[in-house]
Design a protein around this ligand. Structure first.
Ligand SMILES: C[S@@+](CC[C@H](N)C(=O)[O-])C[C@H]1O[C@@H](n2cnc3c(N)ncnc32)[C@H](O)[C@@H]1O
Length: 272
């Protein structure tokens, strides 16, 4: 349990993340609202919604030990009457009523790589009232080719830090994906980069910007205040020499995996 608590403490200590969700939920949740918190972890977003006036929050968590801790936290906060916990995958849970607000923080370091899109599609179909609100509402992803020393520690790929000094081109930013209107599970972008200097292409660094409301957003870009996400690294097995002015066409796809919890991220490129 200690290990689990520690894992979630990292999320709770990420003040960029927590403050943004706090501000957003205070704006979105109206007194008496019914809210769904998809992937509630230790319940922080449910508790924020309760404090913003929600009458009832349906909090769903697939990990049983995490849910047990969340129940304890709800008791400590005196919110056990208003937070209704459900154990299991969001995709397998039925609740007896539709909700005014769906909130989730199931974002990976590349924003869309922790299965948030399929979750939101499911929530729109089965959970949300007509005219209800989804938080977050938009996510954009960014990618840049980098020249950096990459260390392979088993399956884990590490670089010291993603800094502008290792960029080989101007970062690409996707159009924001509108989570309210999207109907597609798969997300594909095809950025084209022109190398701004020669170097060794060792992979790509990626990050995201998320809008929790139209006006409340934050970014995990390297030039922004650091978050627990840092940046995602998409490495090449072997670095490739590139020259200033060369063009790099990339295809990046993100789609659901079979677990219902993670995403498959695939990327390929051609250099000309
Ligand atoms: C990044 S954590 C966020 C936890 C909490 N909402 C917070 O903001 O601190 C995501 C949580 O969602 C849970 N989760 C992810 N996908 C889920 C799914 N499809 N159904 C239920 N729980 C899920 C994970 O087990 C994890 O505890």
């Amino acid at each position: 349990m200690q290990k689990l608590r520690k894992k979630h403490q990292v999320l709770l200590d990420d003040s960029v993340r927590v403050r943004a969700y706090e501000r957003a939920l205070k704006t979105i949740v109206q007194p008496g609202d019914i809210v769904a918190d998809l992937g509630c972890g230790l319940g922080i977003l449910s508790f924020i919604a309760a404090r913003a006036g929600a009458a009832r929050i349906h909090a769903v968590e697939v990990e049983p030990r995490t849910l047990a801790l969340a129940r304890e936290e709800a008791k400590l906060a005196g919110l056990e009457e208003r937070v209704v916990f459900h154990e299991g995958l969001v995709q397998n849970i039925d609740i007896p009523e539709r909700v005014d607000v769906v909130v989730t923080e199931t974002m990976g370091s590349l924003g869309l790589d922790e299965n948030i899109v399929p979750l939101i599609l499911d929530a729109k179909k089965y959970w949300l009232k007509d005219g209800g609100t989804i938080c977050p509402c938009r996510i954009a992803i960014a990618l840049v080719p980098i020249d950096a020393t990459i260390n392979y520690r088993g399956a884990v790929v590490v670089i010291d830090s993603v800094e502008e000094a290792c960029f080989l081109a101007t970062p690409y930013e996707s159009d924001p994906l509108d989570l309210m209107s999207t109907t597609e599970q798969d997300f594909v972008v095809r950025p084209r980069f022109t190398m701004t200097r020669s170097g060794l292409l060792s992979g790509f660094a990626g990050w995201f910007t998320v809008w929790l409301t139209e006006k409340i957003s934050f970014s995990s870009a390297p030039h922004c205040t650091d978050t627990h996400w840092h940046q995602r690294l998409l490495p090449l097995r072997e670095p490739i020499a590139v020259k200033e002015g060369q063009q790099l066409d990339v295809i990046l796809g993100i789609g659901p995996d079979d677990s219902g919890l993670q995403s498959i991220v695939e990327y390929d490129f051609t250099l000309s």
